[in-house]
Design a protein around this ligand. Sequence first.
Ligand code: 13P
Length: 250
Amino acid sequence: MRRKVIAGNWKMNMLPNEAINFIQQLEPLVKDTKNEVILCVPFTDLFYALLHVQGTNIKIGAQNMHWEEKGAFTGEVSAQMLKSIGTEYVIIGHSERRQYFAETDETVNKKVKSALSVGLKPIICIGETLDQRESGKTESIVTNQIEKALEGIESKNLENIIIAYEPIWAIGTGKTATKEEANETIAQIRKKISELYGQNEADGVIIQYGGSVKSSNAKELFEMSDIDGGLVGGASLKADEFAKIVNYDK
Ligand code: 13P
């Protein structure tokens, strides 16, 4: 049985004092869950968050990184820099980064390789636009994205990779994919992984759903056969609401 992984993506929100307050509120609310709990925080919160989750079951991720090891890349942060302070996860290829910061399947692949090379676990985001869904292209878009993201990645790395299926039309819109839509597309992604790596590997890989997840829909989504938890944006900014999502099975 695959574990459920619930990750918050704070995006460009939360100052360090807010991050610390949040973690102090969240910790007692999620301490008994068997689900994995991750907060992906802005760079400026990372160090504070890492200090304050010590001794808890909350894990910390970043939201982006550069693929180069070091050098003249003003404003960028490397995988090794994130790893050196204890960061465990990093979101790679979020649709907002693809849309506003010109990230492509190729840069996503370079970042995934760089993260894995230092022991940082990537959360790889893929998903289709509304146009693509309405013209019946969802499966070809997401399977192509995942194939390119994983190009050259060995199967032994799959246990350290999380995939987040986030339909772009469901992000921040309040419009959630139905549980059937989300499950069907995630099953198609899993099938692609079985073609690339074999059925055993595909059966083990964690694939989350993201896009307007909230406490009122988390249970029906996360109980679906192929959905292994969620990547949560807006609803991860309030500790009590996020805790309800983590505890969807209580
Ligand atoms: P919302 O949950 O705000 O729709 O955002 C989803 C998301 O982009 C998580 O990465």
